[in-house]
Write a protein that binds this ligand. Sequence first.
Ligand code: OAD
Length: 264
Amino acid sequence: MEASPYPEKLSQAARLIAQAERLRLLTGAGISRASGMPTFRGHDPTWADYPRRRFATYRGFRDDPVGVWLWHNWRLAANLRATPNPAHRALAELEDLWERLGRDFQLITQNVDELHQRAGSRRILELHGNAFLARPDGTPQDFPEPVRLPPPPFPQIPMRDERGRLLRPHVVWFDEGVPESIRRRALTLMAEADLLLVVGTSGETVLARRLVERAREAGAEVIEINPAPSRLTPQSALSLTGRAEEIIPKLVSLVKLELRSSPG
Ligand code: OAD
């Protein structure tokens, strides 16, 4: 007996995906939850008001760079202990499949945790930077040469580069914006989409909503995967209600079956 409560919707989603020439994915914190990474707006205490203001704003960094680097050391250590879950791995498989078919694939993520990369995804645009990188304080978010941080524990707190300049984590903090170059690139990718799969994001950021809107303006269908309704649910032609780590592996298996039964 099939345990899934949404078999028909799942097959419908698989059929739509199998037809997509230009497939886009937008992921958020929910996809990494099964790997032990906290989401921002659930009940995970990591991002309660106090740590958010103190450790994840530029203002907090300016007031207390040592505190922010200590927090970042802790956060990165937790991130390194986390491993990609079946959702990350299935998306990497989907990308391989699209590459073999000579079709266009692009993953756009709000996550900074590198779990997509560790699962094998390659075509990734990171909207909010990358927690494993750092750049000199005062340089822009699209600074071309961020440095890779050593694994925690960091050798010095706060971290400095070889020229003694104060470094800062290469992420977009709560009081900062996504750099224009990355925003534009993301919007262009969405404008080319014929199908968009949205996974594990609340859609609370303006840019996430704008990206989905842009894909729809381009005529793309939107499929959402989320255990709870989000601000993107009304924009979605199909909502698959459930956890990414359970739904995506099944979905990718169904897409493979679809492709086999309708080659070309
Ligand atoms: P949120 O914490 O706002 O939303 C997480 C979403 O994941 C929610 O809609 C949950 O229902 C869903 N979710 C939870 N568990 C899930 C699972 N197992 N499978 C699938 N979905 C699940 O996180 P984001 O939308 O990613 O930006 O937040 C966007 C941005 O807001 C973040 O990147 C961060 C924050 O401001 C910056 O730090 C700049």
